[in-house]
Design a protein around this ligand. Structure first.
Ligand code: ADP
Ligand code: CA
Length: 449
């Protein structure tokens, strides 16, 4: 049976997103192929009358009550059969809407805990899962008062409700802690962060630094059970002082044992958070086993109640077939490839994701980090990068004359490189080789030296 040929009655899916960006377009394409109608709810000023001409339901992420009400009102005349979320901020609105409409989804409390780093830690600790020590601290705390906190080095400071490693810093001693704390305070006082009007931004977390390698797990919760779509290795060490995401490669090159430990830990963490139905994106750090026969220690950093962000979804494509053998999969590889967005839409309207398995080739993405802050004047070597063996796509998302802000304050990437190859190692090599071709002309900027 071929799922992609299965006829679907005209269904309607609500997509909550901050704006209509890359990922929403990919969902739009997938919806058109499936014959599913997409209804957008996007974050914008409701005083403007459909400024994007996309008939989206205008909502304000910070006003969850009003957003839920606006969506329910729209759903009364245009009923929805399922929903999807892009980004962390609208996950609770989505969960509240689903609850009111009786659609299977993550409960609001789970979505709320999942996007709040302190509540996530508390939930996982209460469930007996591995968590670092952590201390919640008011963002207004005087740096001098930090010395009274019960903490040890190395530690990590972070906002409880930002994403993309924004504001996340490592400190190895008191001096670094003071500097990092002041930097975090300045970030949290920026107008752009205040504009989110998120009460959670009043707090920060200081926690123990977890050594080891890092992994991401993309999954779908199916009525309480976890269906693993992919485990990504993050082959570049993430040891600080800042933690920019770079390369994600799947399948994982780890031992079956370690991969099982990752899946087990994420399953338990998702259960502890009470995530129930819908996409999840988890991140974890794994301490290597200390001796033979010893299991790896998996620390789940977070389980977000949403799929992998932005363009990265393009690294995941699926084929249909009940756990195809590799050769079958190879044969089908070039036909019937289902992008992640299509799989998520199918899930949103009630299909079982189990028949879908990731394509046979190894795949990866590099989120191109901003090397330093300044004005982007141009990018050389894009064509060369595209010609690197295994590279599928080089997509520069930063615009000429855009003011780039590097981590820990920054909230964006320069762009994305995608690669596919026979092995994960070859994917990693292709991504690095392509990145090496790129030369970013960034002019020094007085404001953001
Ligand atoms: P965000 O939601 O912004 O991604 P995270 O809490 O996931 O914030 O942290 C971002 C990155 O910082 C992680 O992917 C990891 O590399 C690093 N990191 C965060 N907390 C720790 C920790 N306690 N120990 C080691 N590394 C950490
Ligand atoms: Ca993260």
């Amino acid at each position: 049976m071929n799922h992609s040929l299965q006829p679907l009655a005209m269904k309607r899916v609500l997509l909550l997103a901050s704006t209509t960006g890359y990922q929403t377009h990919a969902f739009g394409d997938a919806a058109a192929r499936l014959g599913v109608e997409l209804v957008f709810a996007t974050d914008r000023c409701h005083l403007l009358d459909d400024p994007w001409q996309d008939q989206a339901i205008p909502i304000r992420f910070y006003d969850e009550d009003a957003s839920v009400a606006a969506i329910l009102e729209s759903a009364a005349s245009r009923p929805i059969d399922g929903l999807l979320v892009v980004g962390d901020r609208p996950t609770v609105i989505a969960a509240r809407v689903a609850e009111r409409l009786g659609l299977p989804w993550h409960p609001p409390g789970a979505a709320d805990a999942a996007r709040h780093k302190q509540r996530t830690r508390e939930c996982l600790r209460a469930a007996g899962l591995a968590v670092p020590w952590f201390v919640p601290v008011s963002i207004d705390l005087e740096p001098s008062a930090l010395s009274h906190q019960p903490l040890t080095f190395p530690c990590v400071l972070k906002p409880v409700a930002l994403s993309g490693s924004r504001g996340v810093m490592r400190a190895d001693n008191g001096d670094e802690l003071t500097k990092a704390w002041q930097r975090l305070q300045a970030l949290m006082r920026q107008p752009e962060v205040r504009a989110e009007r998120n009460d959670a931004h009043a707090m920060a977390l200081i926690e123990g630094f977890i050594p080891g390698r890092e992994y991401a797990l993309e999954g779908l919760m199916q009525h309480g059970a976890l269906d693993v779509l992919a485990i990504f290795d993050k082959p570049d060490p993430l040891d600080g002082p800042f933690f920019e995401e770079t390369i994600y490669v799947t399948p994982s090159s780890e031992s079956d044992e370690t991969q099982r430990a990752i899946v087990d830990a994420v399953t338990q963490a998702a259960q502890a958070l009470r995530l129930h139905h819908g996409p999840i994106h988890a991140e974890c750090r794994v301490n290597p086993p200390t001796g033979s026969g010893q299991a790896a220690d998996v620390f789940v950093l977070e389980v977000a109640a949403r799929p992998i962000g932005g363009l990265c979804a393009r690294a995941l494509r699926f084929v249909v077939g009940s756990r195809l053998s590799r050769s079958d999969a190879d044969e089908r590889e070039h036909r019937d490839l289902t992008p992640l967005e299509e799989l998520l839409l199918r899930h949103a309207i009630g299909e079982d994701p189990a028949p879908f398995v990731r394509e046979a080739s190894a795949s990866g993405v590099m989120m191109i980090p901003i090397p330093r802050s300044g004005m982007l004047r141009g990018v050389d070597g894009i064509e060369e990068a595209r010609r690197v063996d295994g590279v599928d796509e080089v997509h520069i998302t930063a615009k000429p004359d855009q003011l780039l802000v590097a981590l820990p304050e920054g909230a964006s990437y320069l762009g994305f490189i995608f690669a596919r190859a026979a092995t994960p190692a070859a994917v990693g090599q292709a991504l690095r080789a392509a990145h090496a071709c790129l030369a970013f002309k960034i002019h020094y900027n007085l404001l953001h030296g």
